[in-house]
Design a protein around this ligand. Structure first.
Ligand SMILES: *[C@@H]1O[C@H](CO)[C@@H](O)[C@H](O)[C@H]1NC(C)=O
Ligand SMILES: *[C@@H]1O[C@H](CO)[C@@H](O)[C@H](O)[C@H]1NC(C)=O
Ligand SMILES: *[C@@H]1O[C@H](CO)[C@@H](O)[C@H](O)[C@H]1NC(C)=O
Ligand SMILES: *[C@@H]1O[C@H](CO)[C@@H](O)[C@H](O)[C@H]1NC(C)=O
Length: 356
């Protein structure tokens, strides 16, 4: 295998993911996405994983973090596909080193979402592992312990998630990207990647919740113990999807400084939790092999929905085919003493619509 990780077709799918979130193979920094394809990354050894040079060094120093890196990639991709399952661009991944294909380097808002959700997935997975007591570098957040509001009958206790280590690890792992960019396009992608990855990390912080448990005689809740916890990753994904919908088109004016493209808004600063992009997205309607866009032909659509999954929008006005599909399921199940369940087989015929 070569150093850049560009020739790792043989490695299984999960590790390839990290390989591909990063814009250019030669930059290496996104190679870690490929990590999701490796069965048991620990067994493969850092040197053989699709990671950039810097990441291999980080990996060699902290091999126990590999399962979290892999889990982070899985979280990010699964969530991307869930959030976009009804859209023309559905975050499909491919079994090659460029997992996300065109979307990774296109500089569009889809690129922005991928950057953000992958960085957030890494924070989430590492932090889970910290709270589970699996790490030496981190554990629960103990800074809150002992305080609270006794008069209101609650105090901090239990294990509060401490996202500090996960956040800084996500930064080191992802931003250890080549700072060495040659063209303006690469430079723009790098700025985008850093900004949007950070927005992803912020999303984990912003969606944190407080959970409490009651104590007291027969559940009277006289005393409550509360702790800070990360939201389920689906919540983080939904938060980022909202940011995607309102993402900001920017132009690259001077060195390292981006501004809103919208002239009237030009002086409104860009905040940390906004997603930014440089290029307008294609409409994703038709297949374009050159760009790696699959198009929506053959996608299932909903005839009655006015949303993005509706046949009109999803099929870009091309129309749709209707098929009748037979659906067989177990039904009228009865418990029979003792001890099994007896069911009938029920058949229904349903209409299914797919884009022309
Ligand atoms: C996305 O859509 C394509 C068809 O355009 C389909 O083949 C693929 O399975 C879908 N991917 C996901 C993750 O739903
Ligand atoms: C913690 O480690 C145990 C044992 O290796 C593993 O089964 C578990 O999945 C880990 N939990 C997390 C959240 O990483
Ligand atoms: C930056 O890239 C140039 C050529 O692409 C290379 O010669 C140089 O060694 C690189 N510098 C670093 C710090 O990687
Ligand atoms: C199709 O869309 C309608 C209206 O949004 C919704 O009520 C229905 O459940 C959808 N059907 C499927 C199969 O998703």
């Amino acid at each position: 295998m070569d150093n850049t990780g560009c020739g790792i077709h043989a490695v299984h799918h999960l590790f390839l993911i990290w390989l591909s979130v990063y814009p250019l193979c030669s930059q290496g920094s996104w190679m870690w996405l490929g990590i999701t394809s490796v069965g048991v990354p620990e067994k493969l050894g850092c040197a053989h994983l699709p990671l950039s040079h810097k990441q291999k060094e980080l990996c060699a120093r902290k091999p126990h973090l590999l399962p979290s890196v892999k889990e982070g990639a899985r979280l990010g991709i699964t969530e991307c596909q869930t959030q976009f399952r009804h859209e023309r661009w559905n975050c499909s991944t491919r079994r090659d080193p460029n997992v996300f294909g065109y979307e990774l380097t296109s500089g569009t808002k889809e690129t922005a979402f991928i950057h953000a959700v992958m960085a957030a997935g890494l924070v989430h997975a590492v932090t889970r592992s910290c709270s589970a007591g699996n790490m030496t570098e981190c554990s629960c957040d103990t800074s809150l312990l002992g305080s609270g509001s006794p008069t209101e009958g609650w105090h901090w206790g239990g294990c509060s998630d401490d996202i500090a280590f996960g956040t800084s690890f996500s930064r080191r792992f992802i931003d250890s990207a080549a700072k060495n960019t040659s063209t303006r396009g690469e430079e723009a992608l790098l700025i985008m990647k850093q900004h949007n990855s950070e927005a992803g990390r912020q999303a984990v912080a912003k969606t944190m919740l407080t959970d409490c448990r009651c104590h007291g005689v027969s559940g009277s809740c006289a005393v409550k113990t509360c702790w800070r916890t990360m939201a389920a990753f689906e919540r983080v994904g939904a938060y980022l999807k909202d940011r995607y919908e309102t993402s900001v088109h920017v132009v690259d004016r001077s060195k390292r400084k981006v501004r809103r493209k919208d002239k009237e808004q030009r002086h409104v600063p860009i905040t940390k939790d906004e997603l930014i992009f440089f290029n307008k997205s294609p409409n994703y309607c038709l297949e374009d092999r050159r760009l790696g866009v699959t198009g929506t032909r053959g996608r299932k659509c909903n005839r009655t929905s006015a949303g993005p999954d509706g046949c009109n929008l999803l099929c870009c006005g091309r129309g749709y085919n209707t098929h009748v599909v037979r659906h067989v399921e177990r039904c009228e199940c009865k418990f029979v003493w003792c001890c099994y369940v007896r069911c009938r087989r029920c058949e229904t015929m349903n209409d299914m619509h797919t884009c022309k």
